[in-house]
Ligand binder design. Structure first.
Ligand SMILES: *Cc1c(COP(=O)(O)O)cnc(C)c1O
Length: 393
């Protein structure tokens, strides 16, 4: 055996020495409110299945029917023969839902960021990005030929400083931010960003992965929450979180969609979404358009859980969304807390450096509409007991 790959072992040993080595936990069933994780039944407080649509019977039926009609694979990239009519229907439906001119679909939110950013900026342009933007934005920015600048998280003074300093040196300037930041659950100050973009003649790009299906009327997103329809040039959403399936999209103007069709690389070089996923997504979005019951349940659950954790004395950060970071602090204590919760039958992943700053470890609770009152009460009890044992409260 050649030992050409020995360097990988060395790297893995280093992960172990650093205490960041991990194995993948296995979920033996659907992503439900209670799951069998590694053979242990736990209340699932860590999924992005905000509305419980990932295994909703109506969505599953739509998906099965699509398999009967369309098979299981699109068979090609969209630009050749992979553009099944379901994809066109979904794009039209999403444009209507988001109240924007046009929507271009991608295979995931990550693909959407990587494909779109690269296609819309060029050499001679500048991208200004929030310091806490999602990894897929960072990758999209890296793949583009534009220059980059980063402003301090949600700091409009810092954004303005960069604009004052650099705006005149570039052709197009693109300001990119998450709509909802996933680690703290805080929102980007979009009305102020729109104002600055207007003053300095910049394009705006909002990745609303954690806002779509959560904020705004029936989950129309952060742009709807702030009443900014038509004022953001590129609105990215994911179909993998609240919508419960998989996929990503950008809501934008019709001419941008036309351009992406010619230049977005994930669209040109990677096979289209499978029909089962597309049909499931259509059903999910229809359900949101029909009723606010799903988002209402999510918010009721989230507010109930937050109120109780706060009353127990936990620091739950600055979240304005159902994302609830329970701040613990030290890295080892955070992981211990998460482990102890698991022993009590509650799964909440611990999030530590380098995902969040050193000393800012947290157990990040993701509330879902699928949680029952009993689930939440049991989880609150577990937090109380572990919190007291580990001297967090
Ligand atoms: C989750 C997430 C993505 C990736 O979406 P996928 O559809 O899972 O690829 C992109 N951007 C942000 C801000 C996210 O939170």
């Amino acid at each position: 055996m050649s030992d050409k790959l020995k360097f990988i072992d060395t790297q893995i040993d280093q992960l172990k020495a650093d205490g960041v080595y991990r194995k993948l936990p296995v979920n033996y069933g659907p992503c439900d409110h209670v799951i069998n994780l590694d053979g242990k039944e736990v209340i699932n407080l860590s999924s992005n299945n905000y509305l419980g649509l990932a295994n909703h019977p109506r969505v599953m039926e739509a998906s099965k029917a699509a398999i009967d009609k369309y098979g299981v694979g699109a068979g090609s990239v969209r630009t050749i023969v992979g553009n099944q009519d379901l994809l066109e229907s979904l794009e039209n439906l999403l444009a209507e839902f988001k109240e924007e001119e046009a929507v271009m679909l991608f295979q995931s939110g990550l693909n959407c960021n990587i494909g779109t950013i690269q296609a819309i900026v060029a050499k001679g342009d500048l991208i200004i990005s929030d310091a806490l933007n999602h990894a897929s934005i960072i990758d999209g920015v890296r793949l583009s030929k534009a220059d980059k600048a980063v402003y301090k998280h949600n700091d409009m003074e810092d954004l303005k400083r960069i604009l004052d300093e650099k705006r005149n040196d570039y052709n197009n300037v693109l300001i990119i931010t998450d709509g909802v930041f996933s680690m703290d659950g805080d929102l980007a100050p979009l009305p102020e960003i729109v104002k600055l973009a207007e003053t300095y003649n910049c394009l705006t790009y909002v990745d609303d992965a954690h806002g779509s299906g959560v904020l705004g009327k029936s989950g129309r997103g952060t742009i709807d929450h702030f009443g900014l329809h038509g004022q953001i040039d590129f609105i990215v959403g994911t179909l993998s979180k609240a919508i419960g399936v998989v996929g990503g999209y950008v809501a934008t103007k019709a001419n941008v969609k036309e351009w992406l069709l010619h230049r977005a690389r994930p669209l040109l070089f990677s096979t289209a979404l499978p029909p089962a996923a597309t049909a499931a997504t259509i059903e999910s979005v229809k359900m949101l358009m029909e009723s606010e019951e799903h988002t209402k349940k999510l918010w009721d659950n989230a507010l109930y859980f937050k109120k109780n954790l706060k009353a127990l004395g936990f620091d739950i950060g600055i979240s304005e969304t159902p994302i609830t970071p329970v701040m613990i602090g030290a890295e080892d204590k955070t992981m211990k807390f998460s482990q102890a919760l698991k022993e009590e039958g509650v799964f909440v992943s611990g999030i530590v450096f380098p995902t969040v700053p050193k000393g800012k470890g947290r157990c990040r609770v993701m509330i879902s509409a699928s949680h029952t009152k009993e689930d939440l009460d049991k989880a609150i009890k577990a937090f109380e007991s572990v919190g007291k044992t580990l001297n967090v409260i």
